[in-house]
Design a protein around this ligand. Structure first.
Ligand SMILES: Nc1ncnc2c1ncn2[C@@H]1O[C@H](COP(=O)(O)OP(=O)(O)O)[C@@H](O)[C@H]1O
Ligand SMILES: [Mg+2]
Length: 307
């Protein structure tokens, strides 16, 4: 549905996007993750046709954003970073206005505006002036204007920024409800947001893609967890003497069975098993320890900076 190939963008002499490529399948929710200043907003502005790239192409629904901008814009709903709204209008009037500018047929406007008001939890403020409403409501109005016209693709730039925890949950819930129905790119610098709402993530840092994968594959194995019938002290010293083992922690000991977690720097599962068996201990379980998305993110971003 979305195909970004080799886009680069300069502001003056500064290269803020360098050869960025990625795709989003129909119905997918892609988490667009990166520290502040990484280039998320710039990428989204290019995707929505607000900013031309210096090189590279963007195709949405098969149309080239530069050659057929109107066709692309009809497919898109966009929640920009600084969600600009007409503060002197009421919520309902504003959404009618958006429906009109997006070319929603006159006969369908009322139903669509009402449905969107319900869906975004705006019923009790529909007749109030936007300027009098809280940040949480304004963000929901931003989501509502993106949804008007029932676009196939939603580009949401930090949709939960500046919201309180309850409002964050509501917006996430709304996004989850759209899963499978819309193709969504959601930018954020909040990692748990990606785990909670997205199927796949793209990590960018300093204008470059550093990783792109399903969430499960983005986290790396940082060691193993084992259950062994052994004397804890002997087990500890045996494991610590294995080449490649960084640290060992005894997690638990019950009825002679020790559960330990082993941090490793390389693949040493076979060596661990061998040493346990050689000592005549019973090995009950060995499972990989996955790093959290946070740990993987920090590792990817710092690896990139170290290069
Ligand atoms: N219009 C602009 N002119 C000059 N520099 C810009 C402009 N917009 C963004 N930048 C710079 O480009 C980089 C990427 O910004 P941005 O895309 O907003 O990052 P993010 O959304 O990931 O925080 C930043 O260093 C920012 O200062
Ligand atoms: Mg941004």
């Amino acid at each position: 549905m979305i195909e970004v190939s080799h886009i680069s963008k300069r502001f003056g002499h500064r290269l803020v996007l360098e050869n960025v490529s990625f795709y989003v399948e129909k119905g997918e929710i892609l988490g667009f993750l990166g520290p502040n200043g990484a280039g998320k907003t710039t990428t989204m502005r290019i995707l929505t046709g607000f900013l031309p790239p210096n090189s590279g192409t963007v195709r949405i629904g098969g149309y080239d954003i530069q050659k057929e901008p109107l066709k692309v814009k009809r497919l898109l709903g966009y929640l920009p970073e600084h969600n600009p709204l007409y503060t002197e209008m009421t919520v309902r009037d504003y959404l009618f206005f958006v429906a009109e500018t997006k070319g929603v047929e006159r006969s369908k406007r009322k139903t669509q505006v009402n449905e969107t008001i319900e869906r975004c939890g705006l019923r009790e403020v529909a007749s109030r002036l936007i300027g009098h409403l809280s940040k949480g409501y304004r963000q929901r109005i931003g989501m509502a204007q993106a949804l008007i016209g029932d676009p196939e693709v939603l580009i949401l730039d930090e949709p939960t920024i500046g919201l309180d925890p309850k409002q964050i949950l509501e917006i996430r819930q709304l996004i989850k409800e759209l899963a499978g129905k819309k193709t969504i790119i959601l930018s954020t610098h909040i990692l748990p947001e990606v785990s909670m709402t997205c199927t796949r993530a793209l990590i960018i840092n300093k204008g470059r893609v550093v990783a792109e994968d399903a969430l499960d594959n983005l986290t790396y194995t940082r060691g193993v967890s084992i259950s062994v019938r052994a004397n804890p002290q002997t087990l500890l010293s045996t494991l610590n003497s294995i080449d490649g083992v960084k640290s060992v922690a005894i997690e638990d000991e019950k009825e002679g069975i020790v559960r330990a977690s082993i941090e490793t720097g390389q693949e040493v599962r076979a060596k661990i098993a061998y040493n346990i068996i050689q000592n005549g201990w019973e090995l009950f379980e060995m499972t990989p320890l996955r790093a959290s998305l946070e740990e993987s993110f920090v590792r990817l971003v710092t690896e990139e900076e170290g290069q």
